[in-house]
Design a protein around this ligand. Sequence first.
Ligand SMILES: O=P(O)(O)OC[C@@H](O)[C@@H](O)c1c[nH]c2ccccc12
Length: 270
Amino acid sequence: MNRIDLKFAELKESRQPAFIPFLTIGDPDVRTSIDIMKQLETSGASMVELGVPYSDPLADGPVIQRSSQRALKHHQVSIQDVMDAARQARSEGCKLPFILFTYYNPVLQYGLERIFEVLKESDISGLIIPDLPMEEDAEVRVLAEKNNIHLIPLVAPTSNDRIKRIVTRASGFVYCVSSLGVTGTRTQFHSGIDEFLTTVKEATNLPIAVGFGISTHEQFARFSESCDGIVVGSALVRQVEEALPLFEKESTRPQALLQIHNFVRELIGN
Ligand SMILES: O=P(O)(O)OC[C@@H](O)[C@@H](O)c1c[nH]c2ccccc12
């Protein structure tokens, strides 16, 4: 058990879905990311995916690609910087369960043994590595289990007979990708999305979360029926992008955070 399990159990009691935002840490700077993390908690987030900016985000659409470029424009934002940001947010009272979101290359460079020790020290409860295939995840899974960190797998509508194998090794929750292709807001999802979600739900006792393309309350409500959690990245990152000029001046930062608050309230329903 860790913060992620406790949060899902709490939400199950109140029959509410988890709202799981994704944020590129360091966009536009780490201090602002920490302020946004705290705002997200106030506004109703259940846990948060802390994105490590990456120069080659293959699975990301234009909004998150731009966000990574902004974060990396002025300075390197490493896995260590993101874990330090998580510690800082925690020390400032943020109680959200944290999920480190990173591509595999930076993990290998950081060091597999070391990353799990520091994740644990940083009170980060989950890890998502979108480009780590199940066939290569044995060593990572062993270290994750040893450190009580959930290695959260992604399953796609095309996973088909792999779904069973992926979910039997899952931990924390299963991240169901709603559509094929890259991240980014969408008006429609994969044609067999509902059957896909049912298949995953039937294959595991773990909570299932859905992500990719969700940006409106109507979409959020629709998936609240069949999923235990809903991930929203690009639509939120877009809000950060639009609020950049307000974040730049101390006097207008509260207005920037209020814009993010209003977006979240509209998305998840007041
Ligand atoms: O951005 P969207 O369409 O709301 O999807 C969530 C997504 O951003 C987040 O979970 C994520 C960011 N980068 C990724 C790469 C692969 C899979 C998922 C992700």
